[in-house]
Ligand binder design. Structure first.
Ligand SMILES: Nc1ncnc2c1ncn2[C@@H]1O[C@H](COP(=O)(O)OP(=O)(O)O)[C@@H](O)[C@H]1O
Ligand SMILES: [Mg+2]
Length: 219
């Protein structure tokens, strides 16, 4: 589903951030992405999110060479990928319900067609009674559960998460990980960047370790 062959990435004329990455990721797998700050985790996720193209080498996603994709096809493929950020990135002027429904609204679906689905998902992430609240009234853990719901409402094949537990308490981190684990059980491929050792140890998924631009996978 995802294959990298000798992928290198640099920003502008700067140094190479990612060097010669070669790996593949099977559908339905769960990988942690780890490595020190500045090692390129976010950059690698941006390649996977199709918001960056590699400077050299080949990235294949869903069977297609991403270098060759035109803008329309990129946007189409992008719809099969969900993303969760450390800082939640909810829209403050929309309620929790509206934030989660947004990906469906931009796809042109009507509220009558998606209301029940959004409510069901909000119940599932434990926000059934917070649907009409604006993000400013939610706790960190609630914000991240809303962001996860928004990332998966359109049923992506791949869910990327960039340090999703970086802004929540340790005990909540573990609960969030259980949500990702459940989504993975339902078939979503997950790549989750974190440097929280407690999570890496407790959950035991294979680790993609970035260091000085190179990647090693510990299965
Ligand atoms: N947009 C950018 N332009 C130039 N350099 C960048 C940009 N984004 C990240 N970098 C550099 O790339 C390196 C890797 O950053 P990043 O991917 O954010 O690592 P991590 O997420 O592991 O902290 C860092 O040296 C960072 O300064
Ligand atoms: Mg980062």
């Amino acid at each position: 589903m995802i294959a990298f062959e000798n992928v290198g990435l640099r920003y502008g004329h700067g140094p190479e951030i990612l060097k010669d990455l070669s790996f593949s990721i099977d559908p339905g797998s769960f990988h942690f992405l780890t490595g020190p700050s500045g090692s390129g985790k976010t950059s690698l996720l941006r390649l996977l999110l199709l918001s960056l193209k590699p400077t050299r080498g080949r990235v294949t996603m869903f069977g297609e060479d991403v270098i060759k994709l035109d803008r329309d096809r990129l946007l189409q493929m992008r719809r099969h990928i969900g993303i969760v950020f450390q800082e939640f990135r909810l829209l403050d002027h929309l309620t929790t319900f509206e934030n989660v429904a947004l990906p469906l609204r931009v796809r042109g679906q009507s509220e009558t067609s998606y209301r029940a689905n959004v409510e069901e998902l909000l119940d599932w992430v434990g926000l059934g009674d917070r649907m009409d609240a604006y993000p400013s009234l939610l706790s960190g853990g609630e914000k991240q559960r809303a962001a996860i719901a928004r990332a998966v409402i359109a049923k992506p094949d791949i869910l990327l998460a960039d340090e999703p537990t970086g802004n929540v308490d340790p005990e909540l981190s573990e609960r969030l990980l259980h949500l990702f684990e459940e989504l993975n059980r339902m078939g979503t491929t997950i790549i989750l960047a974190t440097h929280e050792l407690a999570l890496l140890d407790k959950f035991g998924y294979p680790r993609m370790l970035l260091n000085e631009g190179e990647l090693v996978i510990h299965e």
